[in-house]
Design a protein around this ligand. Structure first.
Ligand SMILES: Cc1cc2nc3c(=O)[nH]c(=O)nc-3n(C[C@H](O)[C@H](O)[C@H](O)COP(=O)(O)O)c2cc1C
Length: 292
């Protein structure tokens, strides 16, 4: 057996370690053991994933005294836990966040996009596989290039009554109407200066996980972007257009054919500012199991 545990670069600062055992108790790959003196080490393993280390970094994250580094990541470079009132802030964010269909015609600063993408790396993935990929168009001129190809063909096909699977004469007409107000002259991307698409190769028995990874990344991206003051719109229609009507536009984005794509998220600075949250009420649809 070829032991590849050394690839973890698991290092314990013995002057700090208090031998509390937390690292072993959170190790999803169950590869942490104690040596004769009670210090943790990583047992030999042949493969990352279910047969070895999951690369989850829980050991680094849980250590109360910051004694563990792994994959050359040092505990002092990790962020501290969020403030206590985060729950209330999140509640406000979720209740206040609205789909944005009118954007300012300007690029978001690359540092903000990078910050969001960096946080997004922590979105959960099945088995911590972390295979989900992101395609990000971070320059509005490039969105326009895709738009020029996709919009023209979509509109031509509509004249022949050819639509994506969910569309029809009726829906297309409605969308056309919405261009005048809601969608700022762009029924395809709502004039968003940037696009985000999560995608992942879908194979074998883990294919469903791959799709879910994309959807979860999409939802995390949406909330993160809004928390940074951006507007977002999650769009199934434009995703359908690229997948079903204009594969050449999808090709321009270099998304491999065997990748499942999550919905397209348009994002940028919102043109419209909302003054308050909405008051949606879905209580009637929350089902609780109660023992009679
Ligand atoms: C699966 C899904 C698909 C969506 N597709 C579109 C779309 O194609 N175009 C669009 O303008 N909005 C789309 N949306 C946004 C919804 O219309 C929006 O979330 C809903 O109307 C509620 O509004 P809110 O997000 O402002 O609360 C989609 C949202 C989801 C979750």
């Amino acid at each position: 057996m070829e032991d590849i545990s050394y690839k973890c670069n698991f290092v314990v600062d013995k002057s700090k370690c208090i031998k509390c055992g937390k690292c072993k108790n959170v190790c999803s790959g169950m590869v942490i053991e104690y040596d004769k003196q009670g210090f943790p080490y990583i047992k030999p393993f042949e493969r990352f994933g279910w047969r070895g280390c999951w690369r989850c970094e829980h050991c680094l994250a849980v250590c109360p005294v910051g004694a563990i580094s792994i994959f050359n990541k040092k505990p002092e470079n990790s962020l501290p836990p969020p403030d206590k009132n985060l729950g209330e802030q999140m509640e406000r964010l979720v209740k206040f966040r609205r789909s944005c269909r009118r954007f300012l015609d300007k690029n978001v600063e690359p540092e903000i996009i990078d910050k969001i993408l960096s946080a997004l790396e922590n979105a959960p993935t099945g088995g911590n596989a972390q295979n989900v990929e992101y395609t990000v168009i971070d320059d509005k001129e490039r969105v326009k290039q895709i738009w020029n190809v996709a919009y023209k063909k979509m509109d031509e096909l509509a004249r022949e009554h050819i639509y994506t699977h969910s569309f029809s004469d009726f829906y297309y007409k409605k969308m056309k109407e919405s261009e005048k107000t809601v969608r700022k002259n762009d029924l395809l991307f709502c004039g968003a200066p940037h696009l985000f698409i999560a995608h992942e190769k879908c194979v074998g028995k883990w294919a469903e996980d791959s799709k879910n990874n994309c959807n979860i990344a999409t939802a995390y991206f949406d909330l993160l972007a809004n928390s940074f003051g951006l507007g977002t719109v999650i769009m199934s229609y434009s995703s359908e257009v690229l997948n079903e009507l204009v594969p050449e536009a999808r090709e321009m984005l270099n998304i491999p054919k065997d990748h499942f794509t999550g919905l397209i998220v348009g994002f940028g600075y919102p043109e419209i500012k909302y003054a308050r949250g909405t008051q949606k009420n879905r209580k009637a649809k929350i089902h609780r199991y109660r023992k009679e």
